[in-house]
Every structure is written in structure tokens, then in C-alpha cells.
Ligand binder design. Structure first.
Ligand code: PHE
Length: 470
């Protein structure tokens, strides 16, 4: 492919308003692959099933799907259009647009929120990526074969209670992310994603097939798709909204950064919708793979963050050639998490390079090490600090460990806040002519989108916030 972020930049075409030395994505497909690489990750396979289980299933899934459609997709389009119009890194794209249209330069803060969110998310994301890494060995060594649900549960609690093993895998995961970011993200990423993502999809389909024939598929489908609104709480709505941002990688300028490489003739709406559909499809497949196993084995849908690590290994332990498929699955899960992890670190490194003039290797090392160190707090909250709930005095944060708080604060507060700012920026601040030109939609479609980002999205995000804080 012909794009690189910094360092070795390849020039492939002129872009209005862009730094002439920047390359563009080789095609629409290249952008879709990179954006999907960021979007599809632990959020889809680890987080979506367990929060769905915790919030009662169907009604939560419906709210989540609504949030993707009416908040997520419009904001993704907004981020991509800011990036393409500015043609630089997020902070500088916004600065450039602000200068050109004589707007308040403080809008750069959108990029700053992204940098902070990236730091905090990556710190715990890497710990979970480490869980997946440790399961590669568990599956490959045949330890899962024929095990009971209890034995599988014991393997998982054994891992959580061992800070040194967790630290080791967290270190491995962070190192993988840092190596790619230090060398410049673009080269290689596109090719890796184009092979690994379809692979993950196929394996997920296989587990779904297995779950269909051996698990309680009907009950699982009903759990996921028959809404029971009596189970929906206001905090469930906030979690669904937050997850729409998390899973689509929105609110922290990732899509803005990737959008800056998108050729002018490509439709922003079509590409954003494609990425969102793939991302949602993977999440729903993960749900259909996991819940039949949960119900067939009498497991608890609301078991929390350990859900996939207690259910999928059970399936792999029972299916023919399960050790092979299990190993492959966790390897692919690491890759999915890896491409997302890279997109979490990249904005920070880019920001350090541009704002502080640091070189790429030094900024990757610095930012990566801080993230790594912060991750230790998440590791300890799984064992030695599992009773430490720093904000437990507030009803909203009752029982939340540092790990839970980081997850809550980033997904449910920082990302929606970043997304809100994007919606206000494209809907109210940027010139509507510029926005219209960038999207080049038909008049009715443009009206629909514009009304959504101007009114609906900000009101929806604000309303969910206010309800939850009151
Ligand atoms: N979307 C990623 C996932 O679902 C996580 C992520 C969030 C990545 C925000 C980048 C930015 O796993």
C-alpha cells in the first residue's frame, strides 16, 4: 500500500489542503481495512457479550444497535470528514480548519481528549489482550480438552490471581503494539488486517455453527434478540451508548486520523456504514457463539469480564480438533486486539511528535512505558487490590475497582464527550458548505445526516449523561 504516517511518507496524489508530502490510502478498501482493524477488537468479542449478559440481553442489544445507527455512524462520518478536510493529524486538522474558517482554535481540544482516552484505554486493553495471549498456550497445550465448566473456571481464576503472569502477558502485548507504532503504522497493517480479519470471521462462524448444533441456540437467540424492557436500566442505556463509541473507535479521533488519508472521491457515508456493519456483525456473531454455550452449561450470563474466557474454552475443549481451533481463535483474537491497540497508541505518539517535536521511537517508548505502568494498576485490581474501590463512596461507582473505573470513565464518559464535541463541531461550527462538499451526499440524505448531528446526537448523548448523573 502507499500510505505511511510519518517517517517514510510516500506521495501518491495531491489533496486539497493537505500537506503535499502525505500519501493517501491506496483505495477505499484500504481505508475500510484499517478502520475495521481499529474497530474490531476486544470490544466486539470480549466486551460486547459480557456487558450484554450483565444488562439482561435483548433490550440492551436493541439500544446498542440504535446507538450505532443514530449516534455512531453519524459521528464516524463527522470524524472522517474532519480528517479528510484537514488532511493532517487530528489536532492539526482541527487547527487548520479553524484557521481557514476563522473558528476558535480551542476546538483542538477534541484531539486532546483523544490522547487522554487513548492512554487510559490502552492501559487496561493491553491487560485483556494479555489474557488472550495466555490462552493461546492454554489451548495449544491441550489443557482444555474435555474439561468441565468448573475446571475451565478454575483455569481462569488461576490466571487472574497471578499478578506476575498477568504482568508478563501485558508486557508482551504492549511490546507488540509499541514495535508496530515505532516503525510507522501503515506499512504492513493493511495486509495483515486483510488476511486476519476474514480468518477471525470464519472461526467465529465455526464456533457459532458448533454452538448451534450442541448448545442452547434457541435460548441464546431469544436472550439476544427478544427485548425485555423490564431488564433495561438507565445505566444500561449509558453502557450501550458508551459501547457504541468504544466498539467503533469513536470519540478519540482515530477515525479522524485515518480519514485524513482518504481520497477525495470516496464516499464517506458508504465507507463509514460498511465499517460499522462489519463491526456490529462481529459483535453479534460473538454473542451467538457464546450464549448457547452459557445456557447449555448452566453458566451465568452476567459473569462479567471473564465470560468469554469461561465459555469459549469450554466449546474448544469439547469440539473435534478443539485444541487447534482454540489456539487459532486466540491467536486471531490477539491480532484483532493488536490492530486496535495500535490505533489507541498512534494518536498519542503522533501528538508527541507534532507538539513536542520528539522523534517517533522516543515518543513511542515514552508513551508506551507510561501506559504499561498504568496497566499495573489494572492488573492489581484483579487480585491484590480487588477490594480497593477508590470511588466506592459514590453510589454510581460502588464496588468498582480501578480497572472497572478506567473502563467506565473512558467508554462511558470520555468517548461520548469526544463524540459530542465532534457532532457540535461539524454540525454547528464548521461551515455547512464545507461539510456538504466533503460528504457529497444527495440533498435529502445530507439533510437527514445534518439534522441528526446537529440535534439528535448532541441531545441523545447529553440526555443519557444527565439521566445518569442525577
Ligand atoms: N474499537 C476497539 C474495540 O472494539 C477499541 C478501541 C476504542 C480502539 C477506541 C481505538 C479507539 O476493541
Amino acid at each position: 500500500m502507499s500510505v505511511s504516517q510519518s517517517g517514510s511518507t510516500t506521495y501518491t496524489g495531491a489533496q486539497e489542503g493537505a500537506n503535499a508530502a502525505r500519501g493517501l490510502w491506496s483505495s477505499r478498501l484500504a481505508f475500510i481495512l484499517a478502520a475495521t482493524g481499529s474497530a474490531v477488537g476486544l470490544g466486539n468479542i470480549w466486551k460486547f457479550p459480557y456487558i450484554t449478559g450483565e444488562h439482561g440481553g435483548g433490550a440492551f442489544v436493541l439500544v446498542y444497535l440504535l446507538c450505532i445507527a443514530v449516534v455512531g455512524i453519524p459521528i464516524m462520518m463527522g470524524e472522517v470528514l474532519i480528517g479528510r478536510r484537514g488532511g493532517r493529524s487530528p489536532v492539526n486538522s482541527i487547527r487548520l480548519i479553524a484557521e481557514r474558517d476563522k473558528l476558535n482554535p480551542m476546538w483542538r481540544m477534541i484531539g486532546a481528549v483523544g490522547v487522554l482516552a487513548g492512554f487510559l484505554i490502552l492501559s487496561f486493553y493491553s491487560v485483556i489482550g494479555g489474557w488472550a495471549a495466555s490462552y493461546v498456550g492454554t489451548a495449544a497445550s491441550g489443557q482444555l480438552v474435555g474439561q468441565s465448566a468448573d475446571a475451565i473456571g478454575a483455569i481462569f481464576s488461576g490466571l487472574l490471581s497471578d499478578p506476575l503472569t498477568l504482568l508478563m502477558w501485558h508486557t508482551v502485548f504492549m511490546a507488540l503494539v509499541m514495535v508496530v507504532v515505532a516503525r510507522g503504522v501503515r506499512s504492513g497493517l493493511e495486509r495483515a488486517v486483510s488476511i486476519l480479519m476474514p480468518g477471525l470471521f470464519v472461526l467465529l462462524l465455526m464456533v457459532v455453527g458448533y454452538a448451534m448444533t450442541t448448545g442452547e441456540f434457541g435460548r441464546a437467540a431469544a436472550f439476544l434478540f427478544q427485548p425485555d424492557f423490564s431488564k433495561l436500566t438507565t445505566s444500561g442505556v449509558l453502557v450501550a451508548l458508551g459501547h457504541a463509541f468504544f466498539t467503533l473507535s469513536l470519540g478519540m479521533a482515530v477515525m479522524m486520523a485515518y480519514g485524513s488519508y482518504l481520497p477525495k472521491k470516496v464516499s464517506i457515508a458508504k465507507t463509514s456504514i460498511t465499517v460499522s456493519i462489519i463491526d456490529t456483525g462481529v459483535a453479534l456473531l460473538a454473542g451467538l457463539a457464546i450464549f448457547p454455550i452459557v445456557f447449555a452449561n448452566g453458566l451465568e450470563p452476567g459473569a462479567g469480564p471473564g465470560l468469554i474466557f469461561q465459555t469459549l474454552p469450554l466449546a474448544f475443549g469439547q469440539m473435534p480438533m478443539g485444541s487447534l481451533f482454540g489456539t487459532l481463535f486466540f491467536v486471531l483474537l490477539i491480532f484483532a486486539a493488536w490492530t486496535s491497540g495500535i490505533s489507541l497508541l498512534e494518536p498519542i505518539v503522533e501528538w508527541l511528535e507534532e507538539q513536542k517535536g520528539m522523534n517517533r521511537t522516543v515518543s513511542t517508548l515514552g508513551a508506551g512505558l507510561v501506559c504499561w505502568a498504568l496497566g499495573i494498576a489494572s492488573i492489581l485490581s484483579l487480585n491484590l487490590w480487588s477490594d480497593f474501590t477508590p470511588l466506592g463512596a459514590f453510589a454510581m461507582f460502588e464496588g468498582k475497582t480501578i480497572f472497572d473505573l478506567l473502563d467506565f470513565f473512558t467508554a462511558n464518559i470520555l468517548l461520548p464527550l469526544g463524540g459530542l464535541m465532534v457532532a457540535v463541531f461539524v454540525g454547528w461550527v464548521m461551515s455547512s458548505q464545507a461539510v456538504k462538499n466533503e460528504l457529497s451526499l444527495s440533498e435529502p440524505m445530507f439533510r437527514l445526516w445534518y439534522t441528526t448531528v446537529r440535534y439528535f446526537t448532541p441531545v441523545a448523548v447529553a440526555a443519557v449523561f444527565i439521566y445518569n448523573l442525577l
